[in-house]
Design a binder for this molecule. Sequence first.
Ligand SMILES: [Zn+2]
Ligand SMILES: [Zn+2]
Length: 143
Amino acid sequence: MASESSKSLEMKEKFFTDGGIHPTCANKGCDNKVIVRDWLYHSFKHYCSDCNNRMKKGIEPRPGVEFHKKNYCENKDGRLGFECPVALDFMWENGELHSDHIDGDHYNNDPSNLQTLCSICHSRKGHTSGDFNSSKKGRRVGK
Ligand SMILES: [Zn+2]
Ligand SMILES: [Zn+2]
């Protein structure tokens, strides 16, 4: 797999030489760099590893940091043009609520560009807008 990892390194260098900026964590008050999902596709997660671990384990954020993610699906108000089929007080398992980039720009981690969607609404939005499965297509690949 040596060739694959060197390709990955090459893409990492290309990202920065193209003027790319490593996005910072989407949580309020946290300016750590986000986790890189895959340099090959310039694919990033929304949160830094510290926040990510805490959220996964259900631990409080560091002092001064506020988790952006809601514990319910924000499409309860029908913002996507259809209404979330799941009850508002449903207790979602970890990982079933997703952070979605409202404008589809995966580099824009501004809190105003993020909303929490359940897996059902997220996949439905993705199928309509083509914004699903960001890991498969980095927008800068091929340029
Ligand atoms: Zn963070
Ligand atoms: Zn939903």
